[in-house]
Design a protein around this ligand. Sequence first.
Ligand SMILES: Nc1nc2c(ncn2[C@@H]2O[C@H](COP(=O)(O)OP(=O)(O)OP(=O)(O)O)[C@@H](O)[C@H]2O)c(=O)[nH]1
Length: 411
Amino acid sequence: MEERKILVVEDSPVVLKVLHHLLSQNPIFVPVLCACYEDAEKKLKEAGNTHFAAIVDLNLPDAENGEIVDLILSYQIPCVVLTGNFDDRLRLSLLNKGVLDYITKDSRYSFNHAIKVVERLSKNQGLKVLVAEDSVVSRQFIKLLLEQYCFTVIEAENGQEALAKLEADTDIRMLIADYNMPLVNGYDLVRMLRYNARFQDLVILGLSAEGDSALSAKFIKAGANDFLKKPFHHEEFHCRVVHSLEAQEMLETIRDLANIDPLTKLKNRRCLFSEGETFFRHAKGNAALAMLDLDNFKQINDTYGHIVGDSLLEALGQVIRDAFPGMLAYRFGGEEFCVLAEVSGPHMLEVVNDFLDGLRRKEFTEAKIALTCSVGLCSQSADSLEASIREADRNLYEAKRLGRDRVVADF
Ligand SMILES: Nc1nc2c(ncn2[C@@H]2O[C@H](COP(=O)(O)OP(=O)(O)OP(=O)(O)O)[C@@H](O)[C@H]2O)c(=O)[nH]1
């Protein structure tokens, strides 16, 4: 991953050390430390635009009145202020200038907070947000706020255009939708999106003009993650955007933990049984299922040890993902895998044979370990998951009996 230089300007050696330590915990951050304004000015002149973000103290020995903020912002570097004194007016003026956050050094958690802001920025890079709002002024304002936080912004003037853009671009992560929009209003847009399984993970923030207190509940009942009344303060806007995103990320992490095998990064057996039945219902007979089982893996474990065995399974996960693109691949258990696809038996047979050929040519780890695999294929009785697994297993058993490193199909 690309490294990101974080400029830290702070006269206290202790704080500098703490920030250096915290930033170094994240391998993509490279802290660039400066003890005074002059030092920072020099670093910026040398390589100003290469800094990803800055964390600065307001009171520096050679610039006591926050001059460092203007310097950082003149290079268009996102800036987080860390300071000893809390002053509401100063805070507001800094936020209005474009400072991302104003954090008082009132506890050791303040430093973690500053790092969290920078980490969030880094995660936001490349993350697409669609702003659906008919008022140009309001749309541009929201765009500006989002761009300050490194989001990539896409715009739509009405609900219909928003829907078309969401359907065309599956990478859009978040939608900010105003209520009052021509053609399709924000509320109907949210309802339409949530009826579609494809948009279940889209983070949605509803927006409306002040006055209609029933709207917030209406938006949330329709499936929005949160709601904001205009006019809003940009600090509140950022907090709500970030909270909704982080809640969704947490949900996806939990879902991955339940469904993904940590070693091979393939979906697990539990996921096969929850997805498989639906898959067979939709496939209506045009489905093929392959059971893959590594050959003599016990012997490999006995010879090289379980840790090497684990690294082989990890590598095999990637080989399987590459060999069966667009298909559903699962770790069935131990050294056994299952691949499902809405394809004909002969097509699956061809893909499996390519996989076996590729595997024969590979060598794993520094010890150049060779792996082979036996495969049982089922496509004839492909009308239920369980029947297909049973048939594929019978064929797999036959492949082992015939000498391994081969595929046996039911046609
Ligand atoms: N390292 C490692 N080994 C595993 C894991 N899961 C299963 N195994 C090993 O896989 C081996 C499977 O052994 P067997 O069922 O006898 O099958 P085999 O040796 O592959 O022989 P055939 O299937 O008949 O070709 C056992 O030694 C298991 O301990 C795992 O997560 N990590």
